[in-house]
Design a protein around this ligand. Structure first.
Ligand SMILES: Cc1ncc(COP(=O)(O)O)c(C=O)c1O
Length: 480
């Protein structure tokens, strides 16, 4: 069994074994002609159920053969140009190289004595990101597992900085289309059920600042504390960007912490063409960025950044075995002092290898391409009488709905769209997402693949129309 331990004596086996795995994945990627096979839970589950984990196969080739059957064959492939569903980007090769290195060396970024150079690399990337945002000389931050954790940590800092005598008085303001992790964070932070005040959005799905001002006034008048405003720079469903400068003004006026959830919109930090769309982000007290959404990084890769490094102390606990207080005086950089996690992956390495290989402009160019593609897609949808499209994209998302000429019942149109999404998924020809706009069901493309072309969008729209028509035809048959 010792032969499986990765060490000085097994370097050759490591090379062989990992290369075998890489060969399989490379062959799979090259041969994948659809984003999904359309496999059902019922079809796949028995194969996984039948595996006896107490009876190992021993041989790498046999393990990889089995993996082909239970995972690789039916995985959802985000690199395929017709994967258009959620906020999953195709990944860049330098980042995958970083991933391979970080898991083999297996540094843990909690303390200097478990990571050494890794700590400094992470710190430099944090500084790089805060400089791109423009947070100023006192800024800092830390890598996290994702936007959910970044939002939670930011709101934890905001709660602690609010210095209130009663958690029940704290209020967080976020638009009605902000990410659900804001509400989840409020719950985890012990705030009441009514602590998140939902602010309506305008026609472009951006927070209405007049309504925000009104709610902030009301909060003060009621003797409550405006703990934080969460502005979203790239909403999950629409890619809309809240008016950051106006929100910054209001935060200043009402003494509220300004958090910008740029989990999606952070790609604009590297953009060559559209950086101005997130102007105002530099006024935030904290910012969430998800490199695994718009920097073409593998999951996980995210960070929370703060204007004032000292606020990170709210996440600091000292343990004799790990990061005793004296290490602060000794100026030993222990990232655990800033993090909600203890043992933590060296995800920063992926971004490091990416930037050192491609440069920030390389990433920005790819993100610009998907933003441009979204505009093309929007034009296609706007010109097509079969579809209703919701907003012109500020990033790379399109929300639309098939509207058959002959049907007026909105509930029947809902069912046709829901059916089309399901049927498309079952076919494996493309994967699209769905959401609700008001009471109605819509479909969604999240365009994050520069390899997706306008022709792919047009073809998938035809497929959607075809499935919806089929549903409506069968529905008529059922009724007659
Ligand atoms: C705007 C926004 N914030 C936060 C999140 C949560 O990020 P994660 O899935 O990395 O936890 C998402 C996820 O889609 C998001 O779109």
């Amino acid at each position: 069994m010792r032969s499986h331990l990765l060490n000085d004596t097994t370097a050759e086996q490591y090379r062989r074994s990992v290369t075998e795995g890489i060969e399989r994945v490379a062959a799979k990627l090259a041969a994948t002609d659809r984003p999904f096979t359309g496999v059902t839970v019922d079809a796949l589950a028995p194969a996984i159920d039948a595996i006896d984990l107490d009876k190992p196969l021993r041989d790498t080739a046999a393990v990889l053969d089995e993996l082909e059957d239970v995972y690789l064959r039916d995985a959802i492939y985000f690199h395929h140009p017709r994967y258009l569903a959620h906020l999953n980007c195709p990944v860049v090769i330098p980042a995958v190289l970083g991933e391979a290195i970080l898991s083999a060396v297996n540094s843990s970024l909690d303390t200097w004595d478990q990571s050494a150079g890794g700590t400094l690399i992470e710190r430099k990337l944090i500084d790089w990101t805060t400089a791109r945002i423009g947070l100023g000389p006192a800024a800092d931050g830390v890598f996290t597992s994702g936007g959910t954790q970044s939002n939670l940590q930011a709101l934890l800092l905001a709660r602690e900085e609010s210095k209130t005598d009663s958690l029940a008085k704290l209020r967080i303001f976020a638009s009605e289309v902000s990410h659900f992790s804001v509400k989840k964070s409020a719950k985890l932070l012990g705030l009441g059920q009514d602590s998140v005040v939902s602010i309506p959005v305008d026609h472009d799905k951006r927070m209405q600042t007049v309504a925000l001002a009104h709610e902030l006034e009301r909060c003060k008048k009621d003797g409550l504390v405006p703990m934080a405003v969460v502005a979203t720079a790239g909403t999950t469903d629409f890619g809309s960007i809240d008016p950051l400068p106006e929100i910054a003004e209001l935060c200043e006026q009402f003494g509220a912490w300004m958090h910008v959830d740029a989990a999606y919109g952070c790609g604009l930090l590297a953009s060559l063409k559209y950086r101005h769309r997130i102007d105002g982000i530099e006024r935030a007290d904290s910012v969430t960025v998800d490199y695994h959404k718009s920097f073409f990084q593998p999951v996980s890769s995210s960070a929370v950044l703060v204007r004032d490094a000292s606020t990170l102390r709210h996440a600091t606990y000292h343990a004799e075995y790990l990061n005793p207080r004296r290490m602060v005086q000794e100026r030993i950089p222990n990232q655990v002092d800033k993090s909600l996690q203890t043992t933590r992956r060296f995800d920063a390495l992926k971004l490091w290898v990416t930037l050192r290989t491609m440069g920030a402009d390389g990433i920005g160019q790819l993100f610009d391409e998907v933003c441009d593609l979204a505009v093309e897609g929007w034009k296609l949808l706007a010109a097509d009488p079969r579809f209703d499209v919701v907003v012109e994209p500020a990033l790379s998302t399109l929300v639309f709905r098939y509207i058959p000429a002959a049907v007026t019942d909105p509930a029947e149109i809902d069912r046709a769209n829901l059916y089309a999404r399901k049927a498309l998924f079952a076919s494996g020809d493309a994967v699209v997402a769905g959401t609700k706009v008001g009471a109605r069901h819509y479909l969604k493309f999240t365009l994050l693949n520069p390899e997706t072309k306008a022709a792919d969008i047009a073809a998938v729209l035809d497929l959607i129309a075809g499935h919806a028509e089929q549903y409506l035809g069968e529905s008529l048959d059922r009724a007659s």
